[in-house]
Design a protein. Structure first.
Length: 34
């Protein structure tokens, strides 16, 4: 498992690679990690 990340609800761009949907975030959009 990776880090847990908190980001605003309108942050990032959804992209698809193969069958996997991912959310691409800017570092400035990340509010917290733990």
């Amino acid at each position: 498992d990776g880090d847990k990340v908190i980001f605003s609800s309108y942050a990032g761009d959804e992209i698809q690679i193969g069958d996997e949907e991912l959310l691409l975030l800017r570092e400035s959009d990340i509010l917290a990690t733990f």
